[in-house]
Ligand binder design. Structure first.
Ligand code: ATP
Ligand code: MG
Length: 565
């Protein structure tokens, strides 16, 4: 069920603007990803915030590719972003825009700034510009080219565009104040020369606008009212405002909020790209990744992600949200919605010696105790079944109530069984089979004489079971903050040292109840006592069945293994 969106300080600001009529009755937001990687759960927070505001205020929200940096941008990312935003459940209607579509307009605005005497072409190289910028305590130094005439600047800028100068040899800078207490206001660069093919404009341009210049103008062109971004842009707000004021053009309100940080993972496209490129994961959609494509392949639903984003709130202070909050959100949903099935991940063969040979029967099992309208199904039972290896101990430790010699337990929906014998491999001593007797009077799992057992176990018929591969996932990083490097590590050690070596466990030869044979890729189930599972749509083909564990039934975070020191 969709949870209501709580109020937040951004909505308060919008309410106030509506009261004052600052933008009339209009509310228009945008989600502006740079197509230099796949979207992650942090982006989902921004998507839910921006599209949620548009929905609740009868406004609009644009999807805009912020594609002004051709070095890192690709159309593969554009397509993935489109798919992911759609999947989260939002609709930009016909308002998919590209900042690169505004290149001509942005150029015209730059020319305009030059004409107003508010921008100049500088011949200093990047290093010198940086040196001249000054520090927080010292003012910057003016470039010797700062006093160029409007005519000279117009001529030089046109020639920059025409490709007459080498990459990096000239830039266009805003003429603001080299002594400004805001370093970003010390004549920031607006345009640079870069001969790089752009994924959309191809080789049309050899100069590209900087983010700070392109972004505010794109917002202005689209008539955005509230330009919502993350806190690191707070320092840039004076520049956002200065540019639009200097151009005397329509001026949205920028509002910053704290980005989402999630424990035990990284939410930086640069790092996620590195994990992909260096094969720490199998791709952007690896189910361990915090990307939306990874979460989707893990079995997360759009609703669980929307609910998560609404539950964590919107604030001005950075913090780390525990990944268990995300896991609880999917658990809560799937608990109510998905059918239960039985599966044995690490099978141990059980022979019921007093069960008639060759006999099988069909027992009734409830599909979802949380939703009885989901009905029941038949599960086959026979003389030989599988149980989990860990549900049996030859020498039970204290408080172990599951199967052990002489102990009676309940097989869910089936019978009570008592262990009579343990069969071992004569060479290795490994337990290969357990023999039991069953009580025919306990059919369905109820004892007629009120006899109690302390454990109810899942099982699968040996004869009718189907085989599957099951993938279990742990957190990608062992550290809550993966950027925290344990002391004593060598120079240059980075977040990759905190990768969890046990983040993926592949179990082959798992046994599933036969009703699962008919599952469609993308189906979700609760495997009793084991967690929620998702039939992998990528690797499940040619009759091969692969389930990804979305999440265990309860928190198992205590079990995260630390890499040995
Ligand atoms: P990264 O640091 O991962 O590279 P980014 O900010 O460069 O992220 P963009 O593509 O520019 O990525 O992000 C698009 C929008 O999503 C921006 O408005 C940005 O503020 C927002 N966003 C990005 N990361 C987060 C996050 N962790 N939490 C909330 N919003 C985010
Ligand atoms: Mg960005």
């Amino acid at each position: 069920m969709e949870k209501p969106t709580p109020n937040n300080f951004i909505r308060d600001i919008i309410d106030e603007h509506l009261r004052l009529g600052r933008f009339g009755t209009k509310v228009h937001t945008r989600f502006p990803p740079e197509p230099n990687g796949y979207l992650h759960i942090g982006h989902a927070k921004s998507i839910v915030l921006n599209f949620g505001i548009a929905r609740d205020y009868s406004g609009l929200c644009n999807l805009r590719m912020d594609d002004t940096n051709p070095e890192k941008e690709e159309s593969e990312y554009v397509n993935a972003i489109i798919e992911d935003v759609k999947w989260i459940g939002f609709d930009w209607q016909d308002r998919l825009f590209y900042a690169s579509d505004y290149f001509e307009q942005i150029y015209d605005y730059a020319v305009q700034l030059i004409k107003f005497g508010s921008a100049y072409v500088d011949d200093l190289d990047a290093d010198t510009i940086r040196k001249y910028r000054g520090t927080l305590t010292e003012p910057g130094k003016e470039s010797p080219h700062r006093g160029r005439s409007v005519e000279e600047n117009l001529d030089l800028f046109a020639r920059m565009r025409n490709g007459e100068y080498a990459d990096g040899s000239r830039v266009l800078r805003a003429k603001i104040d080299m002594a400004s207490p805001h370093i970003v206001m010390r004549d920031p660069v607006l345009y640079r020369i870069k001969r790089e093919r752009h994924h959309r404009t191809l080789d049309k341009w050899c100069i590209y606008p900087m983010y700070d210049f392109a972004h505010c103008i794109s917002d202005s062109i689209e008539g955005i009212t509230h330009s919502i971004c993350t806190l690191e842009f707070e320092n840039n707000r004076p520049l956002y405002d200065w540019i639009l004021d200097a151009l005397k053009t329509y001026h949205p309100q920028q509002i910053e909020f704290a980005r989402l940080n999630l424990s035990n993972t990284v939410l930086s496209k640069r790092k996620l790209l590195q994990l992909v490129k260096e094969n720490y994961v199998i791709g952007w959609d690896d189910p361990r990744m915090p990307t939306l494509s990874g979460l989707r392949r893990r079995g997360y639903t759009p609703l669980s992600i929307r609910n998560f984003c609404n539950s964590i709130g919107v604030a001005k202070m950075d913090s780390i949200v525990d990944i268990t909050v995300l896991e609880n959100s999917i658990r809560e949903e799937l608990n109510k919605t998905v059918p239960r099935r039985m599966a044995v991940l690490r099978p141990l063969r059980v022979v019921i010696t007093n069960y008639p040979e060759g006999n099988t029967e069909e027992l009734d099992a409830i599909n979802n105790p949380e939703d009885l309208s989901a009905g029941t199904r038949k599960v086959p039972f026979g003389r030989e079944i599988y149980i989990e290896q860990e549900d049996f101990r030859e020498v039970p430790p204290p408080k172990f109530h599951r199967l052990s010699p002489g102990k009676e337990v309940r097989l869910r929906y089936a019978y009570f069984i008592t262990c009579t014998e343990v069969i071992k491999d004569p060479k290795t001593g490994e337990i290969v089979e357990v023999r039991c007797i069953y009580d025919p009077a306990t059919r369905g799992g109820d004892s007629p004489d009120g006899r109690k057992v302390k454990a109810t176990m899942h099982w699968v018929s040996r004869e009718k079971a189907i085989d599957a591969e099951v993938r279990l996932y742990g957190p990608l990083f062992t550290e809550r903050d993966p950027d925290h490097i344990p002391s004593g590590m060598p120079e240059g050690t980075d977040y990759r040292t905190n990768l969890n070596p046990g983040s993926l466990e592949i179990l082959k030869g798992c046994k599933l109840e036969p009703s699962l044979d008919r599952s469609e890729p993308g189906s979700r189930y609760q495997f009793e006592r084991l967690g929620y599972f998702y039939l992998d749509p990528v690797d499940a083909k040619d009759g091969k069945i692969v389930f990804n564990r979305t999440v265990s039934l309860k928190d198992t975070w205590a079990k995260v293994e630390k890499r040995p020191a």
